[in-house]
Ligand binder design. Structure first.
Ligand code: CMP
Length: 139
């Protein structure tokens, strides 16, 4: 079923000029980038985006990291896009990520892991709505 997921190319990747390489992996996997914007995350945006992790010991560090350089927020569309993108990203910790996945190829550590992707269709809708309106998305 065609669905949408939300993606972030994180500061460790934009800092190393990897936006195009990450996008090539996404597109080669059959996912379509139907919206994309390069932004500087504000503290309020980063805190809200990761509020489910607010109690975790790494929350402060995560929020600081997400503000440390530009990020690229994206909407990806395709067959089973949520699950497909999670496969394409690989495991959260790059040490556990399968060969050829974005995190195996590019991530530096569990915290600085190059990309984010929604973990469910419900969260995808909420995450997309934090950064895009329907008019921004051109399928
Ligand atoms: P993401 O998929 O964006 O969702 C939550 C993020 O928290 C995760 O990717 C990592 O970047 C970060 N994260 C998860 N575990 C750790 C950890 N142990 N230390 C630092 N950051 C973490």
């Amino acid at each position: 079923m065609t669905e949408r997921t939300f993606s972030i190319i994180k500061p460790d990747a934009t800092r190393r000029n990897l936006t195009g390489k990450v996008n090539a992996v996404i597109e080669d996997a059959g996912l379509r980038i139907v919206a994309q914007r390069r932004i500087r995350m504000t503290e309020a945006q980063a805190k809200k985006f990761y509020e489910v992790h607010a109690a975790r010991p790494f929350y402060g560090e995560l929020v600081e990291f997400m503000m440390s350089a530009p990020v690229v927020v994206q909407v990806l569309e395709g067959d089973n896009a949520v699950a497909r993108y999670r496969e394409v990203m690989g495991a959260t910790n790059p040490a556990d990520a399968a060969p050829g996945t974005i995190r195996a190829l590019y991530a530096e550590s569990v915290g600085e892991n190059s990309v984010h992707g929604s973990d469910s269709t419900d969260n995808a809708k909420l995450e997309i709505a934090q950064f895009f309106t329907e008019a921004d998305i051109v399928g």
